[in-house]
Design a protein around this ligand. Structure first.
Ligand code: ATP
Length: 323
């Protein structure tokens, strides 16, 4: 292998830059050429690739987002779109590709791999729904941002006897909601894997009020049938019965844009370097991830089209902690 390309795709995640840096530097150390692809698969199809040296990835390890840019590129789902990408890769003499991204992005990587191109994926999504890595790049930072918001909301909620519905990201996966709910000491946690009706949530709020709590925090995953928007309509009509005044807040993209913490920088650095090593030893069509404390590779066939299951036992733990 003499020349590789690296791209970031799908939703940005804090730590992607540390992964780009690790891929670039470990490949350069091997004497390979490295091309950065702008805007994910879109840039691969339009030929927007730039040769990178060690200085191009200097000073980015601490930055959130991705210096390469990311995009949703539906055209890549067609064979025609992927053929365009292959033409650009072949013209530049690129022999391997590292795809840093989540579920959709790794499905794209697999589609290219099935057309005969060496691809290795790096598990990166704040949703933590990707099979093949117990934890993915960006999750820890996104979780800490959600926690900081919950902690602050508790302070103001206590001063006004309020309840807050805090909607957190995670697409169809309740991981961020469950973990931030437990770590933030929420009164209730609503996740798509285990939904609650608005009436059930109302009972939790009433009971919290009756127990003399000065505040209540309900963490809601964005993928729930009743998201914060729906729930607030229901509660506004019944505020008098609840005891608490109720407010809703959507953390949304604020959760993505954070400065990557130590955990994500280290994870991204280890996974980025491992992806290059995987290409070096000719192990393609896999994603690199972290499992039981070790860096592992998992074939795309075991990753794509699947969703990592949540440890729902943690919901029981959350319930037991409700004082
Ligand atoms: P996140 O979940 O963190 O937002 P993601 O990687 O799951 O990230 P998606 O928007 O699902 O994000 O996918 C990113 C891109 O991957 C798509 O815009 C498309 O270019 C490519 N992609 C997704 N699914 C496929 C597919 N079935 N075949 C080829 N390419 C795909």
């Amino acid at each position: 292998m003499k020349s590789i390309a690296v791209l970031t795709s799908g939703g940005d995640a804090p730590g992607m830059n540390a992964a780009i840096r690790a891929v670039t530097r470990t490949a350069l150390t091997r004497g390979w050429d490295v091309y950065g692809v702008q805007h994910g698969f879109a840039g691969l199809m339009s030929g927007d690739l730039k040769k990178m040296g060690p200085r191009d990835v200097g000073g980015i390890i601490q930055q959130g987002g991705t210096v390469l840019g990311s995009a949703r590129a539906p055209e890549f789902k067609s064979e025609e779109g992927r053929k365009k990408a292959l033409r650009h890769l072949n013209q530049l003499g690129i022999e391997g590709l590292v795809v840093i991204g989540g579920n959709g992005s790794q499905t794209g990587g697999e589609a290219l791999f099935k057309m005969g191109f060496p691809v290795v994926g790096v598990a990166s999504t704040i949703d933590n729904d990707l099979v093949g890595s117990e934890i993915t790049i960006g999750v820890d930072t996104a979780l800490n941002i959600a926690l900081e918001a919950i902690d602050r909301l508790k302070v103001t909620a206590s001063s006004h006897n309020r309840a807050f519905l805090v909607e957190v990201m995670g697409r169809d996966c309740g991981y961020l909601a469950l973990m931030s709910g437990i770590a933030g000491g929420a009164e209730a946690i609503l996740i798509p894997e285990m939904e609650k009706t608005p009436a059930e949530v109302a009972e939790i709020l009433k009971s919290a009020y009756a127990k003399g709590k000065a505040h209540a925090i309900i963490v809601v995953a964005e993928g729930c049938t009743n998201n914060a928007d729906e729930l607030i309509k229901y509660f506004k009509e019944r505020e008098a019965e609840l005891g608490f005044e109720i407010r809703a807040i959507q953390l949304g993209h604020v959760q993505r844009g954070g400065t990557p913490g130590a955990f994500d920088r280290l994870l991204a650095t280890r996974l980025g370097a491992a992806a290059v090593k995987s290409l070096d030893r000719g192990e393609y069509g896999v994603i690199v991830g972290l499992n039981k404390g070790q860096i592992t590779t998992t074939p795309y066939t075991e990753v794509t089209g699947k969703h990592k299951s949540l440890d729902l036992g943690l919901m029981d733990l959350a319930k037991e902690l409700d004082g």
